[in-house]
Write a protein that binds this ligand. Structure first.
Ligand code: ZN
Length: 236
């Protein structure tokens, strides 16, 4: 089983690892990894796996049968190879900032309107939220963004801990983002933005809200009677 280092420390940009297996010359499983596999509404990481002078670009990383698999751009890696992993940090760090922004905005939205996110997708350039809310307007959402941007100016730590599933699910609003719900495990990983939000979640986040910066609404759509969709993004 691969040791998922990004769950312990989302700021690790490089690590040494050993190849456990290679399938079809391009799907590589390592004993440990810093590459986040696509899932829970968060996109995959990219970067490279280096063996000596040979660099293999990691073009995709996903979870298959419980294993984190890295798709590399050319054949050559073999089981027992010692490699060095290097993350595309710019891409990942943007995702960490928007992921943490999404928690904050979901929490403010839940407190102000009672709406829960029914679907969400982080992307490198924007974040999508779907939710059910009868009384909704662009102005209401603009107001939520203004509130979130006030919070992003504060020095607020973000930390994580594990709780037994039963206990975690008693916390009101612990699952505000549909994609974030981890299905079958005994202990849930709780990401806490101190004083702002607690969310069951296996993604990667920044360690202080100040790192998020500011966000802006891209567009708001009505997808049906109560179905709303909004896109927001980090202001560069
Ligand atoms: Zn998260």
């Amino acid at each position: 089983m691969t040791d998922a280092l990004f769950l312990q420390d989302s700021y690790m940009k490089e690590c040494d690892a050993t190849v456990l297996s290679v399938k079809d010359d391009k799907y590589v499983v390592l004993d440990k990894t810093i590459f986040y596999p696509k899932g829970g509404g968060q996109p995959y990481d990219t970067g490279k796996v280096v063996r000596g002078n040979d660099e293999f670009q990691v073009v995709f990383s996903g979870k298959f049968s419980g294993e984190i698999s890295h798709e590399v751009d050319h054949p050559g890696l073999a089981a027992n190879d010692s490699v060095h992993c290097i993350l595309d940090w710019d891409r990942r760090y943007r995702l960490m900032r928007s992921h943490t922004a999404a928690h904050t905005l979901a929490s403010i939205m839940w407190k102000e309107t009672g709406a829960l996110i029914t679907g969400n997708q982080l992307d490198v350039d924007k974040v999508r939220f779907d939710f059910n809310l009868e009384n909704f307007s662009r102005e209401i959402f603009d107001g939520l963004i203004v509130k979130a941007n006030e919070v992003f100016k504060k020095d607020v730590p973000v930390r994580w801990f594990e709780l037994p599933r039963e206990e975690a699910l008693k916390i009101p609003g612990i699952v505000k983002m549909a994609g974030a719900f981890p299905p079958e495990i005994m202990n849930l990983r709780i990401v806490e933005i101190v004083g702002v939000d607690k969310q069951a979640d296996g993604g990667t986040h920044v360690k202080n809200l100040k790192e998020v910066g500011q966000i802006e609404l891209v567009k708001a759509e009505n997808k049906g009677k109560n179905n709303r969709r909004v896109y927001f993004r980090l202001i560069p």
